[in-house]
Design a protein. Structure first.
Length: 439
């Protein structure tokens, strides 16, 4: 039961002796909660509209409630839906108090409080400065700003932006389209855990350079950047990067998004894990295969070793025969071709081309020139005689018409004459078998 209670409808200042907890319920306006070194508390109401405000002290808990709604004045209560009440409240509290604020559209400022803080608004903005302890922020569309917080942070918003700096020990965030920035790059100790999930909002995390971080990134259509490494959309898959030193303190970074962009700077982000780690997402290099001989090395191997002869030797294609130095019989066509090449005037390259001097170009072209192989005699190669195209089979055979008088012939077919009958069939005429039976 409340020990002291005030109903305020105008600006007023109230001093209180002992306060360990603060509970505030506002509809609109602003609420500033500032810590000081004194054990007492002070409430200052600088502006108020609409219904009156209730200020009460229940044990060591300070209660601030605006507006006061009830069934006795239903018309005034319904008017608050159109004309929203507003109040501007400033509260001086000891550093160790716990704060719990619920608001519709009021802006909340908390400075210097070391106790646990819980702020819940629909559209109001949150500003936290030089706070400590467990911090929980929830807003529908308001901006959440945290500076110099010492402790854990839990921030949840739909369309608002989240900005967190300071020596935090843990961060958990959740947004829909709002962007999230967590900057702990200037801190001596990195937080133990950083996690954020978004639908289309961007996520940016800055870690100290000496941080020993492990990464777990999940994206659907958005890209991720770990240091200088760009990761394409993972389409729902998960990318994991272990910490460089798993025996030391590890900063777990878990980020997920559907269509937003993820950026991580510092903390060894972008460093590839060793190939034998077996970690998903780690690129491993395939062993180099021996290169096949190209260019003149093929012909050098042919001249020095063996070649395949399918000509005069008459052997199989896989047979190998050493080169004995004897030149094969000269082909008349080949001799005529060589004479035409000799009569053709040679053009000397001059100047430089796009790749270097003319001497280098001549050397490169000579390296690609294929000398005639004396061990291959194409004059004795088998020639195809006749046509190599097989004759086409007839697609369909011509059918001869059936003989007349059969059941396959077209038109009506008369019945064959019956022996002993001199005319067409008459059903009234007795059959020959019947006459024999009567006899």
């Amino acid at each position: 039961m409340a020990i002291e209670q005030w109903h305020v409808d105008a600006p007023k200042t109230i001093d209180l002796e002992l306060v360990r907890h603060v509970r505030v319920n506002l509809m609109g306006g602003s609420c500033n909660i500032i810590a000081h070194d004194l054990p007492s508390a002070r409430v200052e109401v600088s502006a108020i509209t609409g219904r009156d405000m209730k200020i009460a002290i229940d044990g060591d808990t300070l209660l601030i409630d605006h507006p006061q709604l009830g069934w006795n004045s239903l018309g005034e209560s319904a008017r608050t839906l159109v004309d929203q009440p507003r109040a501007t409240v400033s509260v001086l509290v000891p550093k160790s108090v716990g704060v719990n604020v619920k608001s519709t559209s009021a802006d909340i400022l908390v400075v210097g409080v070391d106790g646990d803080i819980s702020i819940t608004t629909v559209g109001g903005e949150h500003f936290m400065d030089d706070t400590a302890g467990k911090l929980s922020l929830t807003s529908g569309g308001g901006e959440l700003s945290v500076r110099g917080h010492r402790g854990s942070v839990d921030a949840r918003t739909a369309t608002g932006d989240v900005t967190v700096t300071g020596p935090i020990t843990r961060f958990d965030g959740n947004t829909i389209s709002g962007s999230t920035v967590v900057d702990v790059s200037e801190q001596e100790e990195a937080p133990a855990h950083i996690a954020n999930a978004s639908v289309s909002g961007a996520t940016t995390v800055r870690l100290p350079e000496h941080a020993n971080a492990s990464f777990q990134v999940t994206t659907v259509a958005g890209k991720a950047q770990l240091g200088e490494e760009i990761i394409d959309p993972l389409y729902g898959k998960q990318l994991r990067r272990p910490a460089a030193d798993e025996d030391a303190d590890v900063t777990e970074v878990r980020l997920s998004t559907v269509a937003g962009r993820i950026t991580v700077l510092g903390g060894g982000a972008g460093a590839k894990a060793p190939a034998d780690a077996g970690t998903p997402g780690t690129a491993t290099e395939a062993p180099e295969s021996p290169a096949a001989p190209t260019g003149s090395s093929v012909f050098e191997a042919t001249a020095a070793g063996t070649v395949t002869d399918t000509g005069a030797a008459g052997g199989s294609p896989d047979a190998e025969a050493p080169y004995d130095g004897a030149a094969p019989a000269e082909d008349p066509d080949e001799a005529a071709s060589e004479s035409r090449e000799a009569d053709r005037p040679e053009t000397e390259p001059s100047g430089t081309d796009a790749t270097g001097p003319a001497e280098d170009a001549s050397a490169r072209s000579a390296a690609w020139r294929v000398d005639p192989n004396p061990n291959v005699d194409f004059s004795q190669a088998p020639h195809v005689e006749g046509s190599i195209v097989p004759p086409q089979r007839p697609t369909a055979t011509e059918q001869t018409p059936p003989p007349p008088g059969t059941h396959l012939a077209g038109g009506q077919v008369p019945n064959a004459p019956v022996d002993g009958a001199d005319g067409p069939f008459d059903p009234t005429r007795p059959h020959a078998d019947d006459e024999e039976a009567q006899r």
